[in-house]
Design a protein around this ligand. Structure first.
Ligand code: F6R
Length: 608
C-alpha cells in the first residue's frame, strides 16, 4: 500500500520526509517522490524504482524548505513509471498532491476538467485531484481541497502543499488511514505511525470525512464544511517493528485481517446493482465481442490455481460457459487446443510467476484473447495480457497468499456477472449476487472477529503429523487451499480432496491420529458431505468442521466446529477459507515456524 509522510516545522524538511519514506518501505511500493516549496517555487522530485536509487539520484544538494510532502506509491491507476509517481501537480505547477486510495469517479472528473482546459500528464487518479483543487482554488488551500473532495467519490488519504501558502500542509482522510504526528514546533502527517515515530509518539488519528491543516505551530481538524472537530492526542507505545505490521505479530495475520477492506477494494467501482451486473471496462471487449467466445481457460499456479477452480464452478454454473482450469506449468508445454474463440485468463498475485507468464504468451500465440486477474499493477503479466482487472488487494508481504486469494475469487465473481448477464443469468439472479457481494466485507469481518475460537481449536491439532481436508462443490477448492496453507507454513503434511473421493483411497489413512478438516457449509451438497463426515467418524477420525451458523447436525458429529454466516453457495469460499487460513497460521505459530517466510518458498516464483 502507498505511504504518505508530510512535515512542517523549522527543520530541513526534505531529509526528514525521506527518512519517513524509508520507514514506510516495508509496506511495499514501486516508486517514490516528494514536493516542497523552495524560494516560492514548487520543486518536485520523483522516480520509479527503489527508494535507495531515488535518493542516490538526488545527490548531496537536496532542495531546502520548511514544509514537504513525500510518498511511496503502489500503483493502482497506471503503470509504475516516473510519470505516474507522486506527487502530482496542477497545470500551473503551484499545487502538489500525494494520495493513497482510489478515486472512483475519476473518468467523469477528468472529462469535466479537460473541458475547462486542463491537460493531464499521467495516467493517475491523483493528478486529477491536483487539477480539481487548482480549478476550485479561490483564496485558501483548505477551502479548495474541501470543495474538491465534495466532488470526489472513492477512498483517499491525501496531503497537499502549494506555493500560495508555503508553510501549510492540508490533509484529508476518507477510507484510507491518516494520522498527525504532533511535535514541538513541528507537525507531521503520515499514513502510518512508523513514519513519525522517531520524532514524536503523540499522534492524532483522523477519521473519515476529516481534514487537517498543519503549520509549524499547530494544527486544526475541520470537516469538509470547515466545522472544527475536537480530537484527542493519543500516545503510541508500540515499537517500530510492531507498527510496520500494524500491531500484528506477523504480516500473514495482518493480511488475513485486512480481508474485509481488500475485498471492498476489489469490488470498488465495479458493481452495477440495478442491472445485476459488473462493470469491467479493463477487459477491453465489447458486449458483442464477449459473446463470440465459446469457452474460457483459466491458468494459474498454487493458491491462484485454487481461486481459478472456484471461478470454474461459478462461470459454468452461473454464466453457463464451458471452463477449463489449467496449471500454467502444464499448459505451456502440452500444446493445448486454443483459438480465437477462447478467452484465456491468467490469474496471479505477483504478476511475475514465470509459468503463468509463459502460458499467457503461449495462449496469445495461438490466437486467444488474454485477460489478467493480477494484484501487482504494471507487473509482467499485467503488461502482457490484452486486458483484465486488478484485484487491488494491496501488497501481500507474507509468503503464504491469503488476501490475494479472496480478492481473486471476488474478481472471478465479477467476471461471472459480466459473462453471465449476457448469457444465462437473469437480472434478478444478478442482483442477488451483487447484493451478496456487497454484504461480504461485513460477513468477513464477523468471521475474523472470532479468530480466538480458531486459535483454541488449532491448539488441539498442533502435534498432528498429517491432515486431510475435505470439501465438495464450491468448497472442494477451499479444501485444497486449506491444505496448502497448512503444509507451506507449518510443514505438516496435508492433502485436500473432494470429500466423496475419500472412499477411493484416502479413507485407508483415517485413524485417531489423522485430523480431518471438513469444509461443510449448508450449500447444495450439504447432505452428501454429512454422509462423508459420518464415514470418517465411524472410523475414529478426529474432525474439525467449518459449518454454517446454526448447524447443529454437524456440531453433534464433529469434535470441533467453527461457524460462518450464510451466503450464496457460489460465495461461500470467501467465508469458509478464512478459518482455514487462521487454523494454519495458529498451528504454525505454535510450532515455532517462520510464518511470514517459510523455508524454501519465495513470494514470486520467477523461475520455471
Ligand atoms: C501459496 C502461494 C503460492 C502462489 C503461487 C502463484 O500460498 O502463495 O502457491 O499462489 O506461487 O503465485 P502468483 O499468484 O503470484 O502467480
Amino acid at each position: 500500500m502507498c505511504g504518505i509522510i508530510g512535515y512542517v516545522g523549522s527543520g530541513d524538511a526534505v531529509p526528514l520526509v525521506l527518512e519517513g519514506l524509508k520507514r514506510l518501505e516495508y509496506r511495499g511500493y514501486d516508486s517514490a517522490g516528494f514536493a516542497l516549496v523552495e524560494d516560492g517555487q514548487l520543486v518536485v522530485e520523483k522516480s520509479a524504482g527503489r527508494l535507495s536509487e531515488f535518493m542516490a539520484s538526488l545527490g548531496d544538494s537536496l532542495p531546502s524548505g520548511r514544509a514537504a510532502i513525500a510518498h511511496t506509491r503502489w500503483a493502482t491507476h497506471g503503470a509504475p513509471t516516473d510519470n505516474n509517481a507522486h506527487p502530482h501537480t496542477d497545470c500551473t505547477g503551484r499545487i502538489a498532491v500525494i494520495h493513497n486510495g482510489i478515486i472512483e469517479n475519476v473518468a467523469v472528473l477528468r472529462a469535466t476538467l479537460a473541458k475547462h482546459g486542463h491537460s493531464f500528464r499521467s495516467d493517475t487518479d491523483t493528478e486529477v485531484l491536483a487539477h480539481l483543487i487548482e480549478h476550485l482554488y479561490e483564496d485558501s488551500l483548505q477551502g479548495a481541497v474541501a470543495a474538491a473532495l465534495k466532488q470526489v467519490e472513492g477512498a483517499y488519504g491525501l496531503a497537499v502543499i502549494c506555493t500560495y501558502e508555503p508553510h501549510t500542509i492540508v490533509a484529508a482522510k476518507q477510507g484510507s488511514p491518516l494520522l498527525l504526528g504532533v511535535g514541538d514546533g513541528e507537525n507531521f502527517v503520515a499514513s502510518d505511525a512508523a513514519a513519525v515515530l522517531q520524532h514524536t509518539r503523540s499522534v492524532v488519528y483522523l477519521d473519515d470525512g476529516e481534514m487537517a491543516v498543519l503549520t509549524k505551530d499547530g494544527y486544526q481538524i475541520p470537516d469538509l464544511d470547515t466545522t472544527r472537530v475536537a480530537k484527542a492526542v493519543s500516545p503510541v507505545d508500540w515499537d517500530l517493528a510492531t507498527i510496520e505490521r500494524g500491531g500484528y505479530p506477523h504480516f500473514m495475520l495482518k493480511e488475513i485481517m485486512e480481508q474485509p477492506v481488500s475485498i471492498c477494494n476489489t469490488l470498488r467501482g465495479h458493481l452495477l446493482p440495478e442491472d445485476g451486473n459488473a462493470r469491467l471496462s479493463g477487459i477491453n471487449l465489447s458486449d458483442a465481442e464477449l459473446l463470440e467466445f465459446d469457452r474460457v481457460v483459466l491458468i494459474a499456479c498454487g493458491t491462484s490455481w485454487h481461486a481459478a477452480l472456484i471461478g470454474e464452478y461459478m462461470l459454468e454454473e452461473l454464466a453457463r460457459v464451458p471452463v477449463e482450469v489449467e496449471y500454467a506449468s502444464e499448459f505451456r508445454y502440452r500444446n493445448p487446443i486454443i483459438d480465437d474463440r477462447t478467452l484465456v485468463v491468467g490469474i496471479s498475485q505477483s504478476g511475475e510467476t514465470a509459468d503463468t507468464l509463459a502460458a499467457v504468451r503461449e495462449a496469445k500465440k495461438k490466437g486467444a484473447w488474454t485477460l489478467g486477474i493480477v494484484n501487482v499493477v504494471g507487473s509482467s503479466i499485467a503488461r502482457e495480457v490484452d486486458g483484465g482487472t486488478y484485484i487491488h488487494a494491496g501488497p501481500e508481504i507474507g509468503v503464504a497468499s491469503t488476501k490475494a486469494f479472496t480478492c481473486q475469487v471476488t474478481a472471478l465473481a465479477l467476471l461471472t456477472l459480466r459473462l453471465g448477464r449476457q448469457r444465462a443469468l437473469s437480472v434478478l439472479q444478478g442482483r442477488e449476487i451483487v447484493e451478496a457481494l456487497n454484504a461480504l466485507p461485513e460477513q468477513v469481518k464477523a468471521v475474523l472477529a472470532k479468530a480466538n475460537e480458531i486459535e483454541r481449536i488449532a491448539e488441539q491439532y498442533v502435534r498432528a503429523p498429517n491432515a486431510l481436508y475435505l470439501g465438495r462443490g464450491y468448497n472442494f477448492p477451499v479444501a485444497l487451499e486449506g491444505a496448502l496453507k497448512l503444509k507451506e507454513i507449518s510443514y505438516i503434511h496435508a492433502e485436500g480432496y473432494p470429500a466423496a473421493e475419500m472412499k477411493h483411497g484416502p479413507i485407508a489413512l483415517i485413524d485417531g491420529m489423522m485430523p480431518v478438516v471438513f469444509v461443510a457449509p449448508q450449500d447444495g451438497v450439504y447432505p452428501k458431505i454429512v454422509s462423508n463426515l459420518e464415514e470418517v467418524k465411524a472410523r475414529g477420525g478426529r474432525v474439525f468442521a467449518v459449518v454454517t451458523d446454526g448447524d447443529d447436525q454437524i456440531a453433534r458429529l464433529a469434535d470441533h466446529v467453527f461457524t460462518i454466516p450464510k451466503t450464496l453457495d457460489s460465495l461461500t469460499p470467501l467465508l469458509s477459507v478464512l478459518p482455514l487460513q487462521l487454523f494454519a497460521y495458529y498451528i504454525a505459530v505454535r510450532r515455532g515456524c517462520n510464518v511470514d517466510q517459510p523455508r524454501n518458498l519465495a513470494k514470486a516464483v520467477t523461475v520455471e
